[in-house]
Design a protein around this ligand. Structure first.
Ligand code: HEC
Ligand code: HEC
Length: 346
């Protein structure tokens, strides 16, 4: 989805106001729930789950999230269990066991899916979303829907989401918006930031630091940011605006949205340096965002609708966003025509 616009979980106050108005007008819609605030919210305690098959499944889901490489990674002994194509963990990005606010937490995800997603121009389920990251962030293949692994992911996400009302507005979901400098990002300036603030953990060559030896399926102390064992070109983290927001509010390690250590310019440039590096290529990205009007302006793969390939990759983004706003009606009409021409089975 277009992360230059707010994450859909962080719905605007407009919805709230509309609900409140409905209430005042005495309609049957009822009062909207107050937004769920993830910052400072207590994280559900796995130890409190009663022993039994449900708890076993949730625990397995937590293990799959934090030690993905050891269960379904490319180096596990049974080739049939190799789904992830790299040795990252889901929690390499979804920090703190996928509970950290503004690090794409899974808390509340069960409450807001199924959900419309621009990348597919379709309604996605939690399972689709898990497999989206499997095929992109993890550079792997989709888990079968009836596998114990998929059920475990869904169970862990549901466990983290307990207490969040269906359809809730969630503050702390996704990444926190930040100001994109209105200029082309400079990978060269970013390389300087990288050497000073990132290389100590992620390595001068971006390859991270493994726990053990290649082949032993033990993953990383510090995950790689580029190279053969990293996320692929179709991953959300490979989009400059998305990566800028993640890095600004989460890196170097220990950073939160309340204690950013990089300026907007530094975060933008270091993220540009990261996305300028080589990584596994996901084929057929042209098929993403079939409704072109809501293709994020930082999705740096063809078709390039609003500017050059270079501008979609490195910015400046504000002029593209403005152009997109102006062209939205045209692009929407084209998308509707395309849909009308497609076989009517979706
Ligand atoms: C390289 C970083 C990275 C890794 C590793 C990763 N993800 Fe993600 N994930 C993201 C980003 C970025 C988003 C949000 C952006 C988007 O919509 O593409 C996201 C979104 C999600 C969401 C939806 C959250 C929401 O707020 O809607 C789920 C669920 C999810 N990921 C599951 C997984 C699972 C399961 C794994 C491991 C199998 C995984 N992710 C690994 C980066 C990552
Ligand atoms: C003190 C060590 C440390 C430093 C310094 C650091 N990181 Fe990280 N980084 C981590 C760890 C550990 C993770 C895994 C996520 C977690 O544990 O929260 C991570 C995860 C990431 C991820 C997502 C996972 C992946 O492999 O793609 C990105 C992107 C990232 N860091 C970028 C940066 C950038 C850019 C900088 C410099 C501004 C930086 N990091 C500085 C330790 C560090």
């Amino acid at each position: 989805m277009n992360r230059l616009t707010p994450h859909p979980l962080v719905r605007t106050r407009l919805a709230w106001i509309a609900g409140a108005t409905a209430l005042l007008c005495g309609t049957a819609f009822g009062a909207p729930d107050a937004p769920v605030q993830l910052v400072g919210r207590e994280v559900p305690d796995l130890a409190k789950l009663p022993a039994g098959p449900q708890r076993d499944l949730v625990v397995y889901g937590q293990q799959l999230a934090t030690r993905t490489y050891a269960h379904v990674g490319p180096e596990v002994s049974d080739p049939r269990r190799r789904f992830s194509g790299n040795n990252l963990a889901c929690t390499s990005c979804h920090s703190a066991e996928a509970t950290k606010p503004y690090a794409m937490p899974w808390v509340g995800v069960s409450a807001v899916f199924p959900q419309y997603r621009a990348r597919e121009d379709d309604i996605s389920t939690v399972e689709d979303r898990v497999n989206g990251c499997m095929q992109r962030s993890m550079n792997g293949k989709p888990l079968p829907l009836d596998s114990r692994e998929m059920k475990a992911y869904v169970a862990y996400i549901a466990f983290l989401s307990q207490g969040v009302p269906v359809g809730a507005t969630i503050e702390g979901a996704g990444t926190m918006l930040s100001k994109m400098p209105n200029r082309r990002a400079s990978p060269e300036a970013g390389q300087v930031v990288y050497a000073a603030k990132c290389a100590v953990c992620h390595g001068p060559d971006g390859a991270g630091q493994r726990v053990g030896k290649p082949g032993d399926a033990q993953g990383y102390t510090f995950p790689p940011l580029w190279g053969a064992d990293s996320f692929n070109t179709g991953a959300g983290m490979n989009r400059l605006a998305m990566a800028t927001r993640f890095v600004k509010h989460n890196m170097p390690l220990g950073t939160t949205h309340l204690t950013p250590q990089l300026s907007d310019d530094e975060a933008y440039d270091v993220a540009a340096f990261m996305v300028s590096r080589p990584r596994p290529v996901k084929p057929q990205l042209e098929a993403d965002f079939p409704a072109r009007w809501n293709k994020p302006v930082d999705a740096a793969f063809p078709p390039y609708l609003l500017g050059s390939a270079d501008q979609h990759k490195y910015g400046p983004f504000p002029p593209l966003a403005e152009k997109q706003r102006l062209m939205a009606a045209e692009l929407k009409a084209a998308a509707a025509a395309e849909r009308a021409a497609a076989p009517p089975n979706r």
